[in-house]
Design a protein. Structure first.
Length: 99
């Protein structure tokens, strides 16, 4: 599906039924990136993307854990960070790789 982030079009793959979640994620990323760009302190698109990713990851990490005290299994993150990095790298295309 085609989305716009910071005024630039990106074609992203999306699992069937995941369109709403993807559009919500795109809106969060776009809002974060535009806020950093509009602050005027950072100009390079790659740096804006990295700072946005770090800000959003920090926000996720600060959320209270959903695990209950009764859980004996080690809590595992539902976020596949490596997959997210690959998707961001693919979306950046010619703008450069994050890592």
């Amino acid at each position: 599906m085609e989305v716009m982030i910071m005024g630039q079009s990106y074609i992203l793959g999306c699992p069937e039924g995941g369109e709403h979640s993807l559009l919500t994620a795109v809106a969060h990323v776009d809002k974060e990136m535009c806020a950093i760009r509009d602050s005027g302190r950072v100009k390079a698109r790659e740096r804006i993307a990295v700072l946005s990713a770090l800000n959003l990851a920090y926000q996720l990490a600060e959320r209270p854990s959903r695990a209950t005290p009764d859980d004996k299994a080690e809590a595992k993150s539902s976020v596949d960070v490596d997959a997210l990095i690959r998707r961001v790298d693919a979306a950046l295309g010619n703008d450069g790789q994050l890592f």
